[in-house]
Design a protein around this ligand. Structure first.
Ligand code: NAP
Length: 244
């Protein structure tokens, strides 16, 4: 039987690529999204083509009760997850001096609190089972800061702190917790940027191009796997060497 993986925000972009890669590696995959069930079902079909099971589950990872209910149902129906990838995320950009608390709170809730909710809930199951691997998708913006993204960079820096603490607290139970920090990656999130911003970003990347979701997925799947059995508490940048 394959390992069971939960990937949040897996209906498109980086999360979808991670779900496909884990399925290719033999995992059964729970594909979470918030609303895009059609796209999530398509990703599930692609995952099933590798021979394993794939399940679509919509819930809001920014809502603690929804996470609790989802984790309980998944555990009861499918067993204790072996892998959790906290990938779901949003942007609500704006300059700090003009940013209203609502924009700040939305991003902290969706990008940081969600990672605490899912890691604590699934982590509790993993601790009981004495096995598991958690991969959190942060961002190079969380390491360096980024103009117009005070909410996003604070959340992503928080995810790095959470990753390091969780790896210390759960390491003695054999659970590894790592993070992947993507640079600019070709998804809906970056498609929304103006051509001018995309060009200036490209100029700061040593490899001269944005990454693909599949390139991020390779790193996440590696950290999730037993091949990374002595790696925990780490942040792996997959950014073509971007100068922020
Ligand atoms: P994306 O294409 O915009 O996709 C976002 C995914 O997250 C979708 O599946 C969306 O579901 C889901 N989602 C959003 N809010 C959710 C919520 N509250 N509950 C459950 N699911 C939710 O994003 P992406 O570019 O692939 O980014 C994925 C992750 O990588 C994010 O954490 C992002 O911050 C990080 N990242 C991205 C880049 C980049 O350049 N793209 C760079 C660094 C880090 P629906 O389809 O249902 O809306």
């Amino acid at each position: 039987m394959g390992k069971l993986a939960i990937v949040t925000g897996a209906s498109r972009g980086i999360g979808a690529a991670i779900a496909r890669k884990l399925a290719e590696n033999g995992c059964d995959v729970v594909i979470n999204c918030i609303s895009n069930l059609g796209r999530a079902e398509k990703v599930a079909e692609e995952c099933r083509a590798y021979g394993g099971n794939a399940y679509v589950r919509a819930w809001d990872v920014a809502d603690y009760d929804a996470c609790r209910q989802a984790v309980q149902e998944i555990t009861e129906q499918l067993g204790t997850p072996d892998i959790l990838v906290n990938n779901a995320g949003i942007t609500r950009d704006g300059l700090m001096v003009r940013m209203k608390p609502e924009k700040w709170n939305d991003v902290i809730q969706a990008n940081l609190n969600s990672v605490f909710y899912m890691t604590s809930l699934v982590g509790a199951q993993m601790v009981r089972a004495k096995r598991g691997s958690i991969v959190n998708i942060t961002s190079i913006s969380g390491l360096h800061g980024n103009f117009g993204q005070v909410n996003y960079t604070a959340a992503k820096a928080g995810v790095i702190g959470l990753t390091k603490t969780a790896s210390k607290e759960m390491g003695s139970r054999g659970i590894r917790v790592n993070a992947v920090a993507p640079g600019f990656t070709e998804t809906d999130m970056t498609n929304a940027l103006s051509d001018e911003i995309k060009e200036s970003a490209r100029a700061r990347i040593a490899l001269g191009r944005f990454g693909t979701p599949e390139e991020i997925a390779e790193a996440a799947a590696f950290l999730a796997s037993d091949k990374a059995s002595y790696i925990t508490g780490q942040v792996l940048c997959v950014d073509g060497n971007t100068a922020m």
